[in-house]
Design a protein around this ligand. Sequence first.
Ligand code: FMN
Length: 398
Amino acid sequence: MRRYYSGPDYRRAQSIAELAVMARRRLPHFAWEYLEGGAEEELTLRRNRQGFAEIALLPQTLVPCSVTQPQRSLFGRALPLPIAIGPTGYNAMLYRDADIHLARAATERGLPFTLSTVSTSSLEQVVAAVPEVNLWFQLYCLRDPKVQEDLLLRASAVGCTTLLLTSDAVLLGNREWDKRNFVRPRQLSLRNKLDVLCHPRWIAQAMWPHGLPNLGNIERYLPPEQRNIEGAAHFIGSQMDTGLDWDALARLRDRWPQTLLLKGVLHPGDAEKAVALGLDGLVVSNHGGRQLDGVPASIDCLPAIAAVTKGKLTLLLDSGVRRGTDILKACALGADAILLGRATLYGVAVGGQAGARHALDLLAQELRLALSLLGTPDLNQLDRRQLCATSSTSFTVS
Ligand SMILES: Cc1cc2nc3c(=O)[nH]c(=O)nc-3n(C[C@H](O)[C@H](O)[C@H](O)COP(=O)(O)O)c2cc1C
């Protein structure tokens, strides 16, 4: 009997880049651009990859390396790898219940999963589906203090003790593809509607039968007649607090005594302020090149930030991580761990939970191999002496 074509098989992907190719084939154009696109000229998006490429590794030889130790302890919990899945909004546009699939994949591999404020599954749905998840919650500062307080109470109620406040997206970056693809908020252009019809498998796996999903965490704050994705998009747009400042973060610090991180730091002066406020950690991030175009790669900002935060808080990095060697380079330059954005999204878009797990496994295998080949099998022994400055790198080696 002829087998029904079931699309690209994630198991054939040998790298995150190959998973991305498969995701591109599977998704309609507008959803692919949402996942992959950056702001304006995408200078920063490209720099994120270039930044990693320009750091060279300097191996030491004749080091026994059959056992690697890529473990890390983060906020009092031992992790098998220096990885957490970072927050990404509207994931169910890629695959139905994608937040839950990502949470399951992370949990299977003993890693944290971060749920976005603008996720499609709610905090309660994720924890009901994956009770053992190590759940982190990403907060966008909202104008209505009652809504924000309710979100914090809900995060606590489901057992989430790690909160990331994202500070680099109080205004949405200039994403031209978004304006092209949607004629009105969440209303696809005719061209995109026709393109969707060419992707029956995506329709079956993501859209059928309920259409575009709503924002799970936000839905309950909308008036009944606006409980649809258009209403939610409008609500979020009007709720983003453009007045967010260091005083607001200090108040959040008082309000949230558990683990608190600031996500979206590139300037060492901001890292100093984060230390002074007593934050537990920060994420060196340019939002995957989706916000202010033209800022440096996160990896290029890391050394200066690590210099001012060393031993004072936990340092995470995201933006452009696609290889085990990228993780290794980030850790050598002072990161305690990295957050994954698109890497696991490609996986979930192609194969749901198993696809996301495959992305994590590819990175884990690459990281282990790279630690061995570098002659530094223990991740905790890694520092910038295992890196080699090239003509284009800005850090010093020792
Ligand atoms: C599709 C998509 C949605 C995102 N949504 C959010 C979000 O809701 N909140 C947030 O703090 N960051 C969000 N980000 C940024 C990610 O958390 C992360 O900073 C970025 O993806 C890292 O870059 P990378 O994808 O190149 O690894 C999003 C990124 C992508 C690609």
